[in-house]
Design a protein around this ligand. Structure first.
Ligand code: SF4
Length: 177
């Protein structure tokens, strides 16, 4: 794999690393977010506890990198923790690494774009196939072919939907995945 290809597959690697080892996956997810109207004093205590858990998390570095690529955090709003950093710290880190992160996000999008193209082509190909084309297996075989084809089409459509939803969420069109 070239260094460019490695860069382009980085988001998927980061996400699967986090999925495999996130310490927060076994905790109350609310710990990492300030509730509406929560007083600073109680949030501060919970924020400290969330950061303590993050600092012992085996995938903290991957989590921080993905949060930065996703643009998590806000300079003006102290309402979350991700990857061991508060939302304001994430925003500051994002600003400090803006150039590097912009290139990384572009590479991520290139990867997704290519994947979407590949999935769309396969979906069109599958939808255009004649499941009864193989005549030597009889009726039962044709039914099995049809079922297999339908399952594949559904799986492809679900993958395309998932990627598009995540892309829309990143550009502010929906709730973040
Ligand atoms: S670093 Fe924190 S927010 Fe990220 S996966 Fe680990 S525990 Fe969860």
């Amino acid at each position: 794999m070239t260094s460019t290809q490695a860069r382009h597959t980085r988001r998927a690697v980061l996400q699967s690393t986090i999925d495999a080892g996130a310490r927060c996956a076994t905790s109350d997810p609310d710990l990492w977010f300030r509730t509406d109207g929560e007083p600073q004093i109680t949030w501060q205590a919970r924020r400290g506890e969330a950061i303590r858990v993050c600092n012992g998390c085996p995938v903290r570095a991957a989590c921080e990198e993905l949060a930065l690529r996703n643009g998590d955090g806000n300079h003006r709003v102290d309402d979350m923790v991700r990857g061991g950093l508060s939302g304001t710290q994430l925003a500051a880190a994002h600003a400090a690494q803006a150039e590097r992160l912009a290139a990384a996000v572009d590479a991520d999008r290139d990867t997704e774009g290519r994947l979407l193209d590949d999935l769309s082509i396969e979906l069109r190909t599958q939808a255009g196939l004649n499941p009864d084309g193989r005549r030597n297996g009889g009726r039962l075989h044709q039914d099995a072919n049809r079922t297999e084809q339908n399952l594949r089409i559904r799986a492809l459509a679900a993958s395309i939907r998932q990627i598009r939803t995540a892309r829309r969420a990143r550009t502010g069109w929906g709730v973040a995945a």
